[in-house]
Design a protein around this ligand. Sequence first.
Ligand SMILES: [Zn+2]
Ligand SMILES: [Zn+2]
Length: 123
Amino acid sequence: MAMKPLRPCGHPGCSALTREGYCPKHKPKPAARKGSAEYHAWYSLPVWTDDLRPTQLLAEPWCRECAKRGIRTRATVVDHVESHRGEWARFVDRANLQSLCKPCHDRKTAREQAEKRRERSGR
Ligand SMILES: [Zn+2]
Ligand SMILES: [Zn+2]
């Protein structure tokens, strides 16, 4: 069987050469159930801690929600605009990331939880 050619990793901005489509660091993970240990473990992976998170904060150092109200607050949280729901492709999608300050992120989380409760109660 012929060896597959070496190609750059499919992760945007990664130039590591691989025969697998992705380098080991960016290899897609199987979907994780929301709230599972694996789901939380994604946030301790190097791809998040050393790449996606710092790159996002560097590109957008100020809270996006505060900026909408004309306030400049330093962002400390990198948030998924649309929840990735355990889907790896969405988790690593840079276009789906935004910088938020902690209070804005907490507000967003509370809002999402309230919406979910409404969905569950059938409305
Ligand atoms: Zn890579
Ligand atoms: Zn904010």
